[in-house]
Design a protein around this ligand. Structure first.
Ligand SMILES: NC(=O)c1ccc[n+]([C@@H]2O[C@H](COP(=O)([O-])OP(=O)(O)OC[C@H]3O[C@@H](n4cnc5c(N)ncnc54)[C@H](OP(=O)(O)O)[C@@H]3O)[C@@H](O)[C@H]2O)c1
Length: 255
């Protein structure tokens, strides 16, 4: 066992995240999950993440989108949170453009029901360089599908449900290398169960209590996945843990 001692102040709290090499994913694209949990593992308070997230966590949440070629989110999170567009600082946008990327990444929403509020800015004000995508399966209701196509770029993968590997294959074909999965717990759990999570950035907020919803929900029968701790940062009594898939590490070691 080792003790993690308080270290020096970081000038730029994004620097450790920007320094990560995400060029060698396990599968189609590199997938980073970014979640916040309470001390008891809860993922929401009264159906929303806001009260769970400290100021420094909210800042990191916004800044992390800088690393993404696409931000992926489940429909229930969009419904509950009234999900908005990605906003980045001028500096972050300029850096992305220097890296040959559009100034902000698009958001992609996974939904089977297509029961979404098309009046959200996520759909009405998406910039031309980052149109919002909706990912669904071929069994989606035809009327809702037609409606979705009026408001978003619709991607159909799979017959009855959206499989993570099909989503990532589609992203890879569009040139997306880094996918930032912002949850919710159901979507994150599906990606972990499909062995499609390369990295997990998990904030632990100093709060106990909240909804009976863990930060990840793997489907019944899914195996156990292991991760390795890569970095620990702290501010506001909040821990910022960065893990990478243990198999990812072994794959590097074998090379
Ligand atoms: N703590 C955190 O960091 C964090 C992050 C995000 C969200 N949250 C919280 O988590 C809660 C929502 O999470 P959740 O787990 O209930 O839902 P979720 O993961 O956000 O979304 C689940 C929905 O996504 C769609 N979906 C997921 N997998 C699919 C598949 N394979 N095929 C087709 N559709 C699929 C379905 O949409 P349809 O129902 O439209 O078919 C499903 O109902 C909210 O309270 C939110 O505040 C917390």
């Amino acid at each position: 066992m080792r003790i993690y001692e308080f270290g020096h102040e970081l000038e730029d709290s994004m620097a450790p995240y920007l320094a990560v090499d995400r060029s060698a994913p396990k599968h189609e694209c590199w997938v980073t999950g970014h979640m916040v949990a309470g001390l008891d593992g809860t993922a929401a308070i009264d159906g929303k993440v806001g009260a769970l997230s400290t100021g420094s966590d909210q800042t990191l949440f916004r800044q992390m989108r800088q690393i993404a070629d696409v931000v992926l989110v489940g429909a229930e999170t969009v419904r509950r949170e009234g999900y908005g567009l990605v906003r980045l600082s001028d500096e972050a946008q300029e850096q992305r453009e220097r890296d040959g990327k559009p100034p902000t990444p698009p958001v992609a929403v996974v939904s089977g029901s297509l029961d979404l509020n098309w009046n959200l800015k996520l759909f009405t004000e998406a910039p031309e360089h980052a149109p919002t995508m909706v990912i669904t399966s071929a069994s989606a209701d035809p009327d809702r599908l037609a409606e979705a196509k009026r408001h978003a770029t619709v991607i159909i993968v799979g017959q009855d449900r959206v499989e993570p590997e099909h989503v990532l294959r589609e992203f890879a074909s569009r040139g997306y290398g880094v996918v930032l999965c912002e949850g919710g717990p159901t979507l994150l759990g599906e990606f972990v169960a499909a062995d499609r999570l390369d990295e997990l950035c998990l904030s632990i907020a100093p709060i106990f209590g909240g909804d009976n919803l863990p930060v990840g929900l793997t489907p019944d029968g899914a195996g156990i996945s292991s991760f390795e701790l890569k970095s620990v940062l702290g501010e506001d009594d909040t821990l910022f843990l960065r893990y990478e898939s243990a198999r990812q590490k072994r794959a590097h070691d074998d090379e």
